[in-house]
Ligand binder design. Structure first.
Ligand SMILES: Nc1ncnc2c1ncn2[C@@H]1O[C@H](COP(=O)(O)OP(=O)(O)OP(=O)(O)O)[C@@H](O)[C@H]1O
Ligand SMILES: [Mg+2]
Length: 415
């Protein structure tokens, strides 16, 4: 069997699974890697490898064994020095080994954005001791946000409102950091009006953008997102200018999720992922080409088509409130057909520690004319339905679902 390219995917979660589907549609062979068997992307890939991607030897062995054309990281926690070695030996790392190293470390990407490129960011300081944390907070002012330099999905992150909380925030960050550097970033808290992800594609043809995605996070973790999100053209072009500068600096081809805070007309760069973004799950339903399609096309050197929106859409995570070996998604079948005929439904169980039980996609009842409040309420109502709730009540935890037992379900819900 001849394939268009061989891809070694590092990280096999739900986002990886969607990427495998997109890459396979373009004729690629994909070997999915993760530290546990049966991960979502492994369920649809051509082959798989189970090992810790933080283990340099095992990672090198997997690359040597498969001799991929492309190494595509899906997660941050990877021994990135190994990627740099293989890149030097001619393997294409997506988007580039440098991008994976820079974005895995908050301090390094912050230096690129704030110092090298002069982008507007929150005020910040780094700290490696409690004394430095106190000095950092004196520099940023309170409230401030403290995050380990190596972490994702809000792990080890806290917002500090009074000086008395600084010590606990430092201890919490160190206890929940990844890697072996006890180093945090102390950031000025930005009381933003809203925050966005600007999906930015860098391909042979240049840089292009998807319409902005609005999102809401709780405790630093993704809850729901919607596309498009209303934004002035001045703010959007400021975000696009900054995103272009960052992705051109990082180099390579693929999609980047560039995160910004917006306050009035002030657009503040936050951070970015050099890969599809969780808030961009909404593009599976909102765009003619999803973020996964665009990533695959840019990597494989194909033309990147113009992105068109199918109308306003939104997505949300379904959070579980307890551990369980088995769980069901209820109530979604009734809602899985959209009047326009497009319907996405599916469910795949995986086992991975963490609170997300699934994802849901929605077409809201009306166009998203307003700011975020009303949509948020509709999302909650739909989430309730999705989780087996008969009425349009408040969002409820998934029945019989647990923190250990995860899955992915997607549905287009007619209204
Ligand atoms: N300086 C800040 N001011 C206000 N809110 C902030 C600040 N920093 C982070 N947040 C909030 O916390 C969220 C997560 O922060 P950030 O993206 O830096 O963390 P993360 O752990 O890398 O998350 P992820 O991996 O999910 O992108 C942001 O989307 C925002 O809602
Ligand atoms: Mg983020």
């Amino acid at each position: 069997m001849a394939f268009t390219a061989k891809i070694l995917l590092l990280g096999s979660g739900e986002l990886g699974r969607e990427f495998v589907i997109s890459a396979k549609r373009l004729g690629a062979q994909v070997i999915a890697c993760d530290s546990y068997a049966g991960a979502p992307a492994m369920q649809v890939a051509d082959g798989h490898e189970v090992f810790s991607m933080l283990d340099a030897d095992l990672l090198a062995k997997a690359i040597e064994k498969h001799k991929p054309d492309f190494v595509v990281p899906e997660i941050e926690a990877i021994r990135t020095e190994v990627l740099a070695d293989f890149e030097a030996r001619g393997v294409t790392v997506v988007p580039s080994a440098r991008a994976t190293i820079m974005t895995m470390n908050r301090d390094r990407i912050r230096e690129v954005a704030a110092v090298e490129l002069g982008l507007r960011t929150s005020r910040y300081r780094y700290a490696e001791t409690l004394e430095e944390v106190l000095a950092g907070a004196a520099h940023t002012g309170l409230p401030c946000v403290i995050k380990p330099v190596m972490s994702s999905s809000g792990k080890g992150q806290s917002t500090v409102r009074t000086a008395r909380e600084l010590e606990a925030a430092w201890t919490y960050a160190v206890a929940n950091m990844r890697g072996d550097r006890s180093r945090v970033i102390v950031e000025e808290f930005i009381a933003f009006d809203y925050e966005i992800t600007l999906l930015t594609v860098r391909s042979r043809e240049g840089v292009s953008f998807c319409p902005p995605i609005g999102h809401r996070q709780e405790r630093g973790d993704y809850q729901e997102s919607w596309q498009p999100t209303p934004m002035s053209s001045a703010a959007l072009s400021a975000a696009q200018d900054m995103a272009r500068k960052v992705v051109d600096n990082l180099g390579g081809y693929g999609i980047f999720g560039v995160e910004f805070f917006v306050k009035g007309e002030d657009v503040i760069f936050s951070e970015l992922s050099p890969r599809p973004h969780d808030t961009g799950m909404v593009t599976l339903i909102s765009q003619n080409f999803s973020e996964f399609d665009l990533h695959a096309r840019a990597i494989l050197g194909l033309p990147v088509p113009e992105v068109r929106l199918a109308g306003g859409a939104a997505s949300a995570v379904i959070l579980a409130d307890r551990e369980a070996d088995d769980f069901r998604f209820e109530g979604w079948q009734r809602r899985s057909r959209h009047p326009a005929g497009k319907s996405i439904c599916g469910c795949s169980a995986s086992r991975r520690p963490g609170p997300i039980a699934g994802w849901a996609w929605f077409w809201p009842r009306r166009r998203m004319r307003t700011r975020h409040g009303p949509l948020r309420r509709r999302l909650r109502a739909r989430c309730g339905l999705f989780m087996g709730d008969e009425g349009e009540g408040p969002s409820r935890p998934l029945p019989q679902a647990g923190g250990e037992c995860l899955g992915m379900a997607s549905t287009a819900i007619s209204s």
